[in-house]
Write a new protein. Structure first.
Length: 271
């Protein structure tokens, strides 16, 4: 039930008009994962959000597709945890996750696999308008970085938040001050608790962008790249913060920026 409440609480992070949920018994599907192999979970519809019950689960959407979730273990023999995935057909998919040296490699989810659902309200954003305002956000002046972090010659920061209608535009900047190109493996947005109580699972609520403007796969050596992500309107609850996580493909230069609600609500209104 905690997972369902979390989905309801952060529904605006995934849809512009919110989510309404029908309470019912959810029967989780068992799945096993390991550190050396990738488990692919294939859904009949596009993935809207992912909630990991523990930091020992690594999860990302497969590159170039919207309905395949790739899952691995961050360490051996982790304690049992869970994974919740919401898809575009309004279905809440719940999984009980355990470690195994012989994991589930491919799991296809069908109508009969998970008998539970929630009902989403209709989305109504206009892609052409969102693209136009994302381009404006890319050119708008800012008063310096909202938050940033640097390591190993890479600087990653939030340059500003902008808003128009019910869409928040987040402008990021990645600066590569080295002679080695930086290949982007993953760039995620999620909401996390500021402090984790003992004996409780880490809860991360994924925030799925509507659109990315000026996005690239590689930041060339000694260059800077600005990217704008369009996000459905949301705010950050007390004792939580927004995390922007940048991970290098086949590398170790990983960066993480944290944003508090007071920084988000200062979003600049786009003309």
């Amino acid at each position: 039930m905690k997972t369902i409440k979390a989905v309801v609480l952060f529904g605006l992070a995934f849809f512009l008009n919110g989510i309404s949920a029908n309470a019912q018994t959810v029967i989780p599907v068992p799945v096993t994962i390991t550190t050396a192999k990738t488990t692919n979970i294939i859904f009949p519809q596009a993935i809207i959000s992912v909630d990991r019950g523990s930091r020992y689960i690594l999860a990302q959407k497969a590159k170039g597709v919207e309905n395949i979730l790739q899952v691995k273990a961050a360490r051996d023999s982790f304690p049992e945890t869970n994974l919740s995935v919401i898809t575009a057909d309004g279905r809440l998919n719940s999984f009980v996750v355990n470690y195994s040296s012989q994991p589930t490699l491919n799991l296809s989810i069908t109508e009969s696999t998970v008998k539970n659902s929630i009902t989403f309200s209709e989305t109504n954003y206009n892609k052409a308008d969102v693209t136009r305002y994302a381009k404006l956000a890319l050119k708008e002046n800012t008063n310096g970085a909202v938050a940033r972090y640097k390591t190993a010659g890479i600087r990653f920061g939030v340059q500003g938040f902008f808003i128009h209608d019910d869409v928040i535009y987040c402008r990021l900047e990645i600066e590569n001050r080295t002679n080695i190109g930086y290949d982007i493996g993953q760039l995620r947005f999620f909401i996390r608790d500021q402090q984790k109580a003992k004996r409780t699972a880490t809860q991360e609520i994924e925030v799925t962008p509507v659109l990315a403007e000026n996005s690239i796969e590689t930041v060339k050596a000694n260059s800077t790249q600005a990217i704008v992500f369009a996000l459905p309107k949301f705010t950050i609850p007390d004792k939580k913060y927004l995390v922007l996580q940048l991970m290098e493909k086949n590398g170790g230069r990983h960066l993480e920026v944290r944003v508090k609600n007071r920084q988000l609500v200062q979003a600049k209104l786009l003309p």
